[in-house]
Design a protein around this ligand. Sequence first.
Ligand SMILES: Nc1ncnc2c1ncn2[C@@H]1O[C@H](COP(=O)(O)OP(=O)(O)OP(=O)(O)O)[C@@H](O)[C@H]1O
Ligand SMILES: [Mg+2]
Length: 264
Amino acid sequence: MMPTDPTPSPYDQDPIISFSNVKKAFGPKVIYEDCTLDIYPGETITIIGGSGTGKSVTLKMLIGLLSADSGSIKAFGTEVTHLAEPKLLPIRRRVAMLFQGAALFDSLTVAQNIKYPLREHRWGNEKKLDERVAEVLEMVGLPGSQNLKPSALSGGMRKRVGLARAIAIEPEVILYDEPTTGLDPINVRRINGLILSLQKKLNVTSIVVTHDMDACFTFTDRIALLHNRRFSFVGTQDEARASPDRYLQEFIAGGKGTLDEDVE
Ligand SMILES: Nc1ncnc2c1ncn2[C@@H]1O[C@H](COP(=O)(O)OP(=O)(O)OP(=O)(O)O)[C@@H](O)[C@H]1O
Ligand SMILES: [Mg+2]
């Protein structure tokens, strides 16, 4: 008898997140004509695409920081488009975002920054908060940095504090917006290793925006290419390599997102 695979394929399940037919424009500038993308529980999907095409906008629409003009965005079966702020809180408890550029509060210490979402989501008493802060700082390789202010940190350290803050609430879905851009090779490996271990150990669902194609091919299950105001390609690594899509092939080979086809 064949041994049965203990981990069912994520693609046999309902999507955990669904963008359908989303349109988004800023004034006359159309970002999405049709944003359609399903994300399945436990998978890691990497969004690639040129600079300024709307990758960060996608993530922000998902957690309600930007609203879609039309179409539907569902997370855990709940429609998130046009949800009022208090109703977004339970979504943000389950979907955490590491912002491009970390977005730390400069007036707060590292520990206070990490405690912020923990308090918002009623994690527990001060002792519990301190324990969790120490735990996540250890995970990102910054033990003992609790009392530093962001201004005393390098770019790479800020990014790791941002990641510590994102993972502190034990989210089911993590959105990484360029988690390794601007980091030195050691920190790039550290962050990529952390993404991989969160995926493997905790079965977190991850959406990663990155220009780092080497990293993408080490951890991603699927790739989504944002091009011409839609996801023009969505598929596995093998499907990406075999695709006849010339732009996708150039992107994979070039990796830096510097193609100028999108310039209008
Ligand atoms: N709040 C906003 N108001 C107006 N325009 C915006 C806003 N947010 C984003 N944009 C515009 O939407 C477009 C897409 O922005 P976005 O930040 O999603 O790009 P990106 O794909 O993440 O680029 P990069 O790789 O450089 O981070 C850009 O032209 C940007 O100027
Ligand atoms: Mg961006």
